[in-house]
Write a protein that binds this ligand. Structure first.
Ligand SMILES: Nc1ncnc2c1ncn2[C@@H]1O[C@H](COP(=O)(O)OP(=O)(O)OP(=O)(O)O)[C@@H](O)[C@H]1O
Ligand SMILES: [Mg+2]
Length: 148
């Protein structure tokens, strides 16, 4: 597979789009030097956001971007949709809150916990935009380079 560009957009309409998103996030994270645990955590966050778009808004998009600060690389994941929005964001962010019976209501709280920065904006009738940022914390987290 060709390397991911440093920024890409995945249109979300069906479950298979989420699989593509997860794979692309992992690949980018690996390429930037994130270790396997970080790759997995970022893929999990992207998957929760992607799943919510498909479930609650029907469609939307996730933009993934390589970013950098003084201490190293990071990944920004921005999920947006033009669905109904979340009427009470604070409630939706609480662990265990779900409008779907039988769902855990853990997606958004999990993304917030995993991310180093988390921003959520919602406007009723206009949609939701969520931005999650992940920074590489320890040089020790870096992948050991592949053997030549
Ligand atoms: N993009 C969205 N548009 C509209 N409502 C949303 C969106 N994302 C989340 N919500 C609302 O916020 C609630 C909480 O979301 P969260 O992802 O935490 O839990 P869940 O999707 O219900 O369950 P889980 O993610 O654990 O399977 C949802 O039940 C839904 O009502
Ligand atoms: Mg969810």
């Amino acid at each position: 597979m060709l390397p991911e560009p440093a920024e890409f957009l995945v249109e979300m309409t069906e479950a298979s789009d989420n699989e593509i998103l997860v794979m692309k996030v992992r690949n980018l994270a690996e390429r930037l030097g994130f270790g396997r645990t970080d790759q997995f955590l970022m893929a999990t966050a992207a998957s929760e956001l992607g799943t919510n778009i498909i479930r609650y808004a029907g469609s939307g998009a996730v933009v993934v971007r390589a970013v950098e600060n003084a201490s190293g690389p990071g990944i920004e994941i921005t999920a947006s949709d033009r669905g109904a929005g979340i009427p009470d964001v604070q409630r939706a962010m609480a662990e265990g809150f779900s409008t779907i019976p039988g769902s855990l209501g853990m997606g958004l709280p999990t993304v917030r916990r995993l991310a180093d920065e988390f921003h959520i904006e919602s406007e009723t009738g206009k949609g939701v935009r969520i931005r999650a940022l992940f920074w590489m914390k320890h040089a020790a987290d870096r992948n050991t380079p592949d053997p030549a």
